[in-house]
Design a protein around this ligand. Structure first.
Ligand code: COA
Length: 352
């Protein structure tokens, strides 16, 4: 944590305690009888992208488009595509193994697996159950959480609460996609956008005041037809202009609400890790939040929109770059079909 942040936050805490601190002061630890609440945080992280790369030039041979158009309108240069034989659960397991390793955990240590995916293996059983079997996480319950591209923010919100309420000690949250299979490769308005990937985090108890400081989730089902895979179709249909406006609007709204809930201000944010849907949406959101470029994490250039996997993939790259330090404030923002959106404020608790 930077000295400025410490100073500012301690002042805020004295002036107006955040709801989390207020709640914490009233709760007693059931085991010790001491007045303290459990804080959940990310203690391990990992990601995986399939090796096959599809460049903008490759796409220009498939549909009427150009590298210049795609880069200028989206910021994307290339995306990764899973082989035909690879399932979403396979990508999820690759990312999960890395996350468990980084947390120093074995599959048997996991109490719960939450998979969020816009392109699950099948309608049911859940992809999470396939992941549980492939990992050998024999002690874990498993379920899928569906909130389209906002799924990872939703899943973090749900998973962290299982740790905070002591219903689970070790929760594996995974965002995984073979979303390229839902893409109509003759529709230039959508096929240039998406890519396959997986990202995973391990959630566990962390020291008091670290980890999840606030989470916000929202939905508006009246916008369902703006971005969907229609029930009688198998491909993504999207009103790009309307989704663009929605994404820019809710990113600011979700971030502002989550920061307020955490008792923090925009300038307290060390890293902004938004859903990577379009570099222009990320830039617009960062500008409205008055965040300088060095605090904004954007890797869409290499992966496209990987839906639920985009936030953990970006967060993992940030972590592996060595820039993310113990105590840093990370703001995630997600949005997607539903319409759904949300944000998490996380004080990074993983020791380097
Ligand atoms: C899809 C998106 C990139 C389109 O960019 P845009 O600047 O809004 O472009 P428009 O849709 O207005 O189209 C402008 C022109 O480019 C054309 N165009 C669309 N896709 C094209 C492509 N891949 N290559 C070349 N031209 C293309 C359109 O046909 C249109 O041509 P016209 O003017 O002759 O009608 C943009 O709307 C977007 O990113 N929306 C959000 C999508 C998203 O994030 N979805 C997932 C959310 S989780």
């Amino acid at each position: 944590m930077t000295p400025e942040v410490t100073k500012r936050q301690s002042k805020q805490k004295k002036k107006k305690p955040s709801p989390m601190y207020k709640l914490g002061s009233k709760l007693k630890d059931r085991a010790t009888g001491r007045k303290e609440m459990v804080w959940a945080g990310i203690t391990g992280i990992g990601s995986y992208v399939p090796p096959k790369v599809l460049t903008n030039d490759d796409l220009s041979k498939m549909v009427d488009t150009t590298d210049e158009w795609i880069v200028a309108r989206t910021g994307i240069s290339e995306r990764h595509i899973a082989a035909d034989t690879v399932l979403t659960s396979d990508l999820a397991v690759r990312a999960a193994k890395k996350a468990l390793k980084s947390a120093g955990k074995n599959p048997e240590d996991v109490d719960m697996i939450i998979v969020t995916s816009a392109s699950p293996d099948q309608i049911w059983p859940s992809t999470a159950c396939h992941v549980q079997a492939k990992l050998g996480a024999v002690n874990a319950s498993a379920f899928d959480l569906q909130a389209a591209c906002a799924g990872f923010v939703y899943a973090l919100t749900v998973g962290s609460q299982f740790v905070e309420t002591r219903r689970a000690e070790c929760v594996l949250v995974i965002g995984a996609e073979t979303i390229s299979r839902l893409v109509d490769w003759t529709d230039r308005g959508t096929c240039v956008l998406f890519g396959d990937a997986a990202g995973a985090v391990v959630l566990e108890r962390v020291e008091f005041g670290y980890g999840f400081m606030a989470s916000f989730t929202g939905a508006d089902g009246t916008g369902a037809d703006l971005l969907e895979v229609p029930a009688d179709d198998k491909f993504i249909k999207m009103n790009g202009n309307e989704v663009y406006k929605f994404a820019a609007r809710v990113s600011l709204d979700a971030a502002t609400k989550a920061l307020k809930q955490a008792g923090l201000h925009r300038e307290d944010v060390d890293f902004f890790v938004p859903h990577q849907a379009n570099a222009r949406i990320t830039e617009a959101a960062a500008k409205r939040l008055k965040l300088p470029p060095e605090k904004v994490v954007s890797n869409i250039v290499n992966y496209g929109n990987t839906s639920t996997a985009s936030i953990p993939l970006a967060l993992d790259e940030l972590w592996r770059s060595g820039r993310l330090k113990y105590g840093n404030i990370v703001l995630t923002v997600g949005f997607g079909a539903g319409l759904t959106w949300g944000a998490n404020v996380i004080r990074w608790a993983k020791k380097s």
